[in-house]
Design a protein. Structure first.
Length: 260
């Protein structure tokens, strides 16, 4: 440590001793000594003395009731007037009425959509039914022409080359017509040997026979046709019946009771 520092330190200790002695003897002297020591400290440490005083002043300003910020005033609340209360009630009731009306409109829309869908399906079904009926009616008129071709095919027996040429020509027309009917879904019935079914067959004759079981179709007089699952024309058939001798059953003798 340098000599100047030692001298300064000794001076400070002497001043401190004097100050303590003066404080014990008199309060005014103590205040003056404090002021002197604060002045000495201010001179020694520069501006730090002011910095120490600043928080105290700031604290005074913060604690001062005149300079503190006043809290924001709460919004004034007042009871609604009868007119405003009635208006609010009217709005609530109108909202409820609109909600009920909206639900009714939604339900009505759903019913209308379902009715329209059912109407569309029913209309489509009726349209298909009318188309099928018109097609069936048209094809039934052509079946008589097919019948004539088949009769000619069975009965005409060509004797020479000219007749054979004619026979082949109308057979080609018949074949073309049959192919056209097949393309639109027409099919012929072949009921011979099958069990009689009134949904497809029309019985015009019953023949007692042992060759077929009772109720079996034995012969066909007019061919039947179908369009898909629809019957265009029932087949005219002959149905087998039980022989007459089988229908007559011998009378059985009544056994006599034994005599006692």
């Amino acid at each position: 440590m340098s000599k100047e520092a030692q001298v300064t330190e000794e001076q400070k200790q002497q001043e401190k001793t004097q100050t303590e002695w003066a404080a014990e003897n008199s309060g005014g002297a103590s205040n003056s000594a404090d002021d002197a020591s604060e002045a000495a400290a201010s001179d020694e440490w520069g501006h730090q003395g002011k910095v120490q005083d600043a928080p105290g002043e700031a604290g005074v300003e913060e604690n001062s009731p005149t300079e503190t910020a006043e809290p924001a005033a709460a919004p004034e609340t007042s009871d609604a007037s009868p007119e405003e209360f009635m208006a609010m009630e009217a709005l609530v009731q109108a909202n409820q009425a609109f909600t009920i009306q909206l639900e009714e409109l939604k339900s009505q829309y759903a019913r209308l959509a379902a009715d329209f869908d059912n109407f569309r399906k029913r209309t489509q079904k009726e349209k298909l039914e009318l188309e099928a009926q018109a097609k069936c009616a048209t094809i039934r008129e052509l079946l008589s022409v097919v019948d004539n071709f088949e009769r000619a095919k069975e009965q005409i027996k060509p004797q020479n080359d000219g007749e054979m040429n004619i026979h082949k020509s109308y057979l080609s027309v018949y074949k073309q017509m049959v192919e056209s009917l097949k393309r639109i879904g027409v099919s012929a019935m072949y009921p011979k040997g099958e069990e009689f079914d009134p949904n497809f067959h029309e019985a015009v004759m019953r023949e007692p026979t042992r060759e077929y079981a009772e109720g079996i179709v034995t012969d066909e007089f007019r061919r039947g046709y179908m369009l898909g699952d629809r019957v265009l024309r029932h087949a005219m058939v002959k149905v087998a019946a039980a022989p007459e001798d089988d229908e007559e059953t011998p009378a059985s003798e009544t056994p006599q009771s034994p005599q006692e």
